[in-house]
Design a protein around this ligand. Sequence first.
Ligand SMILES: C[S@@+](CC[C@H](N)C(=O)[O-])C[C@H]1O[C@@H](n2cnc3c(N)ncnc32)[C@H](O)[C@@H]1O
Length: 376
Amino acid sequence: MNSPLPVEFPESQDWLDCGWLDTLSRIRAPVDEINRRIVKSALEEKAESAGIGARWIEIGAGDGKLRTWLPEWMRDQVVHTEPSAEYLQQFRRQNVEAEPVEASVYDLPFDDASIDGVLGLCVFDALQDLPAAVAELRRSLRPGGHVIHFLDLGLACLETIFLDIHQAGKIPVPNYLAEPAMKPAAVEQALDEDEILNDLAVCSVDRFSQVVQYLESVGHGYGAPMRKWLNAWLDSPRSAARLFMDIVSHAGDRAQFMQMLIEVHHLTIAYPNLAMEANSVSTVSLFRERLSSLFSNENGFREASSEILVGREWKSPWPSLPQQCCYFGRFAGQVVAQRTARPIPIGRVVSEQAATSPTESVLVESGILFFHAVAK
Ligand SMILES: C[S@@+](CC[C@H](N)C(=O)[O-])C[C@H]1O[C@@H](n2cnc3c(N)ncnc32)[C@H](O)[C@@H]1O
């Protein structure tokens, strides 16, 4: 049996490692073009009201992925900021025409009320002190200025949420509870929005350890990979978050992990003291609640929208897709690959491209969590 946990991460890995930007790029590749259309459409709808010539900044720009998704008219209006010198170097290599600025969101080099709008892609979820960032954004923005944040991946989001789960004495796994093998009715009926976003199943570490010990004691092949996940989790929830994201973003690895969890579930359900008793949790929903509570009236903002924007496209199958897969969806980090398409899109469809050739038989959907607040 192949282990469903194929990737090792060094303990000390942090965001300031350019290898991570390459990983993000690779994960994004199958839906990169769709994401560009979603972002373009959202900005045409929301950002144009700030006016041509308005002064925008981007925070946590990394290597400049968001710049590649901006509508043409906006590119000259945005000053990209990023605190990491290493990331800035990569940004400059990939966007030679732009001059990014080294700055942390906690200490922006802009006068009070001098900015018309702030953009971010997968940044609010990566910050250690989001309340401090919200205060600094409010200082820099003029009244009526915009904050627009896109979350297309759940990696950093997972990191903060994994820390909370760790503190609560629990352990997360990919949400096997929502798999068709666990809920046969889900094959015919689309899972509703809440269910499909429930990317985690969470159970107590004690229970999980007991299950692992049991599997090892009977010499079951799943003992070793389950132990590997438990140890990764106990060693560092941060590294575990990255390992987790890497697994769920590879359809084959994710399917193996799910298969293992479902088999272990069925194996142990008969023993009351061993059943994992996991619950479904959605990291996207938890993150959404966090943003809504911080961009509040008291903090000088009003929330203008918080929704999932969806792009769809028919494409030719690619080698890493499971065979006979006719549907591939990625929703703020959650991946769904299956034989039948979901009839109901998960959010508001803002971009749709029909198949142009008979071989383009996979319906590919991407959903970005779009958050928009306005300074009061
Ligand atoms: C998940 S990466 C996203 C990078 C890029 N926006 C993208 O989506 O490809 C998180 C980014 O937040 C940045 N970041 C971390 N701490 C920050 C801070 N205090 N101020 C601004 N950005 C920060 C990191 O350097 C990194 O570029």
